[in-house]
Structures are given as C-alpha cells and as structure tokens.
Write a protein that binds this ligand. Structure first.
Ligand SMILES: Nc1ncnc2c1ncn2[C@@H]1O[C@H](COP(=O)(O)OP(=O)(O)O)[C@@H](O)[C@H]1O
Ligand SMILES: [Mg+2]
Length: 233
C-alpha cells in the first residue's frame, strides 16, 4: 500500500468538510475519487498534499506519517500534485516550466524533459511558447508534465479530463496508461465516469465529505442506482 488515509477530518474555518475520510491506494494502481461538485474531492487531495492541513486523522505515505506536513515535504517524500487550476508559470515558456519543476524536485529518475516531450509531443512543438499562450488542453498537459518532471511515486490529479475536447481526452487516456506502465501510482479526482472507467482500477465515491462506496470501476459503471444517486447532477 503506497497511500493510506485514515479518519481524516478537514475544516475550512468552522465548516467541517472532510468527515472521517478513509481510503487507500496500492502501488501501481490508478484510483479515482468520484462525486458531484462540492463533495470534497479537491479538499481530499489538498489534505494529502498538506495544502489544507487536516485537523485530525492519519495519512501514511509509504508507511510514513505525512499528515500536517507542509507541501514541500510531501513533495520530498515522493508526491506530486496537479491542481485543478494548473498553476503553470504564464510568463515562462513551456520548456522553462518543465525545467523549473525538475530543479525544484529532490528526485531524479525516468522522467526528464526529453521523455515528457515524447509523451506530450505538443509540448515539444510549443517549447518556446509562453505558458499564457497555450490552449486549455496544452496547459493541462504542461501541468501534468510538470508533475512528472518531479519523478514522483504517487501523483495526485485534480480533474484531469475536465474541459478537454473528446479527442484530447482520448490522448490523455493513453498518456495515463503510459505513465502507469512506468510505475507511477495515480490518485485522481474526476467527474467524468467514462474517462475514469478507461483509466482507473477502482473508485471511491465521495458524498458530503464522506466516502460512501468503494468499488471497481466496472462495478460503479454497471450500477445505475449509484450513478443516479451520487454521480449524475
Ligand atoms: N477555500 C475554501 N473556503 C471555504 N470553503 C471551501 C473552500 N474550498 C472549498 N470549500 C467548500 O468545501 C466543500 C468541498 O469543496 P471541494 O473539495 O472543492 O469539492 P469538489 O472538489 O468535490 O468539488 C464545498 O462545500 C466548498 O464550498
Ligand atoms: Mg474539485
């Protein structure tokens, strides 16, 4: 088990958002957090990363407690995070955005700029373009590329398929499969069930800050009642 989240409670001010959230991710898996808008998926990823420190619980990454540690320590431990707002540097070029991510990381490994550009040919084609001049899909690829440049063991992706044209979602599915083959474990939050079905092994359904179901993606896909109750608006 690479990640074990146990009874995590996270607040924004006095709002109790995550309520005893527990789940786990095995090494080599792609696992999704599924649920409607506002149920706490982003807060869960931010809690793991230390961006919104939980008030109680335990988060074990490779059997070491990381709860409440600052985000840079989570990164040192081997986690990387692609936030839903992507956070690329708008005034830096594509290649500078990638190079900086590698420089800030304490890890080296399979992923370097050459390999990331091989995975995302569009980033090679747009190498000298500033971040602000990229399309929404290209920004997403760059943000994911930046996460890989850190050579993490576990990568957290917030809404990877959101806002992408169907064709781009198709290439993202391939990319995630290739990343998985390189032994990077992935935990993602996404509302696109079709996309999750293609890339994930298992899913956890989140509702009002609680995990209400753990299932294989096929199990969720074929459970109309669960889809209606928790996933469709
Ligand atoms: N910075 C914040 N301050 C206060 N409340 C927040 C903040 N961010 C999110 N929330 C609230 O926390 C709940 C969970 O939000 P979020 O984790 O973003 O859900 P999801 O990612 O599933 O859409 C929502 O009710 C949202 O309004
Ligand atoms: Mg979210």
């Amino acid at each position: 088990m690479i990640l074990q989240v146990l009874q995590v409670n996270t607040f924004y001010g006095s709002s109790h958002i995550l309520q005893d959230v527990s789940f786990s991710v095995n090494s080599g898996e792609v696992v999704s957090l599924l649920g409607r808008n506002g149920v706490g998926k982003t807060t869960t990823l931010r809690s793991i990363m230390g961006l919104t420190p939980p008030r109680s619980g335990s988060i074990l990454f490779k059997n070491k407690e990381i709860i409440g540690k600052p985000p840079y320590e989570a990164a040192w431990a081997g986690l990387a995070y692609m936030p839903d707002d992507l956070r690329i540097f708008p005034d830096l070029t594509c290649e500078e955005n990638l190079d900086i991510a590698a420089k800030l990381s304490r890890h080296t490994g399979y992923w370097n700029r050459e390999r990331v550009e091989e995975l995302f040919p569009v980033l090679r084609a747009r190498r000298k373009q500033k971040g602000l001049n990229l399309s929404g899909g290209e920004k997403k690829m760059l943000s994911l590329g930046r996460a890989l440049m850190a050579n993490p063991e576990l990568i957290l992706l917030d809404e990877p398929s959101e806002g992408l044209a169907p064709l781009v979602v198709g290439s993202l599915i391939q990319v995630i499969q290739e990343i998985k083959e390189k032994n990077v474990t992935i935990l993602l939050a996404d509302q696109n069930l079709k996309f999750c079905r293609r890339v994930c092994n298992r899913g956890y359904i989140v509702e009002k800050g609680r995990i209400v179901l753990e299932e294989t993606m096929e199990g969720i896909w074929s459970n109309e009642e669960v889809i209606k109750r928790y996933l469709v608006l």
